[in-house]
Design a binder for this molecule. Structure first.
Ligand code: NIG
Ligand code: FE
Length: 415
């Protein structure tokens, strides 16, 4: 059989395939609920999964097609490609200086108030050309892909002017066209009020009137985010801004309850897809998010980077929330950017089951981004797959991020 004419590819046999299919949309997940197929394979055509099944049965079924085989000698566990549902990896410069100040005792908000923090990255990102941003973003995408991330949300938010925000989103779009890591762009022009404006309302007005229509026209993003906090935007400003963005056709997400509560309330009120951070959230916020069907995306990388406590992920699951875990990879609060390691560490600290942690970086992360064909290995889903060199899926979290994928496929293509 000629590989060149093959319409189908059969991958396997894998010691185990964790499909991440048929799990509850929200709330706790017992490990017994995980579908673990032994000695199984995946049949793929046109970048989509046709079937996941016992390898022998699947190879018999594949006989009816022209098919190529991707066989494996060593034991291997297959998982859906990881999804990082919250990052800021389009930026220039380093904030190692901020980090040194923080570990020496200054707080994140103190550093921000004294002109460091986000505005420092804004200065450097404004100075960078699109080409420079593309190059930096590509390097981070390469690393993510190697570590098993096949879909990644990326925010703007270090431009904070119409032109500089467009420049960031254009860089993201360029990389998305040419890099196998699939990017989901989000406009975070409402990250902070830029120094050129003395009034937040006036700045948000400019974003609504000038930036969002340009983003729509150039098809640069379909999601809008805002940072709700003392040093950023108030609840009232945020609700007004988000509702107008929603009317203009954007999906919503919110930086919520990182240091103080209020953001969850906004996320629930405007019907955001997700509320992200949630380190300061407690029972009242969990109730609000559950009742409004908002996904809780927690960001252990920001807790690690800032040396602060994790979000109460266990409580959120027990309170019935859909929990996603993302890196928040950014130059300031979360420079590490290792999704699997961070999910494993959070899971250990918060007592999450293996199923809950893995769902939070696959199928439930797909829900946070509203990507119905990602995050599971099942018929009709994208063939985004990662294979770990082990015969036991439990070793993946056990090694806390040090066991790296041996192979990564995006839409069935090895990358
Ligand atoms: O999610 N909280 C606000 N924004 C980012 C931090 C960005 C930065 O510090 O550059 C966050 O942690
Ligand atoms: Fe963030």
């Amino acid at each position: 059989m000629e590989a060149s004419v093959a319409t189908h590819t059969l991958y396997g046999p894998f010691s185990q395939i964790l499909t991440m299919a048929d799990l509850p949309d929200a709330g706790p997940i017992a490990d017994e609920a995980l579908q673990v197929l032994e000695n199984a394979g995946v049949l793929v055509s046109g970048g989509k999964i046709i079937r996941v099944d016992d390898y022998i049965r699947l190879s018999q079924e594949a006989e009816q097609y022209d098919y190529a085989v991707e066989p494996f000698e060593e034991p291997m566990v297959l998982l859906p490609g990881l999804i990082d549902a919250h990052t800021h990896i389009c930026f220039a410069g380093s904030r190692a200086n901020d980090y040194a100040m923080r570990v020496a005792g200054k707080s994140y908000l103190e550093i921000a108030r004294s002109g460091g923090g986000i505005l420092d990255s804004v200065r450097k990102t404004r100075e960078a050309t699109v080409i420079e941003l593309v190059e930096l973003l590509k390097q981070r995408c390469d690393r993510h892909l190697r570590e098993g991330v096949t879909t990644c949300e990326v925010k703007s938010g270090y431009g904070l002017s119409v032109d500089d925000e467009l420049k960031m989103l254009e860089a993201i779009q360029l990389v998305n066209k040419h890099h196998p890591l699939e990017l989901v762009p989000t406009c975070l022009a409402a990250h902070m009020r830029p120094p050129e404006f003395t009034d937040s309302k006036a700045y948000l007005r400019t974003v609504l009137d000038e930036l969002l229509p340009a983003i729509k026209e150039k098809n640069l993003a379909s999601r809008v985010d805002i940072f709700i906090e003392d040093t950023a935007f108030t609840e009232k400003e945020s609700v007004e801004y988000l509702l107008e963005a929603k009317k203009a056709g954007f999906d919503l997400t919110v930086h919520a309850d990182q240091f103080s509560t209020g953001g969850s309330r906004v996320a629930a009120e405007v019907g955001a897809l997700s509320a992200d951070h949630l380190e300061a959230s407690s029972d009242a916020e969990i109730d609000l998010l559950r009742n409004a069907g908002v996904v809780a995306t927690v960001l252990p990388g920001a807790s690690l980077g800032l040396g602060m406590h994790y979000a109460s992920a266990r409580k959120m699951l027990d309170g019935g929330l859909c929990l996603a875990i993302a890196t928040d990879w950014n130059p300031g609060s979360a420079p590490m950017g290792d999704l699997l390691m961070q999910a494993a560490l959070l899971g250990a600290a918060e007592k999450l089951t293996t199923a809950e942690t893995l769902a939070a970086i696959t199928t439930r992360a797909a829900r946070a981004l509203n990507l119905p064909d990602k995050g599971q290995l099942a018929k009709g889903f994208a063939a985004d797959m990662i294979a770990f060199p082990t015969a036991d899926y439990k070793e993946i979290l056990y090694f806390q991020g040090k066991l790296k994928p041996h192979k990564v496929w995006k839409n069935g293509q090895e990358v």
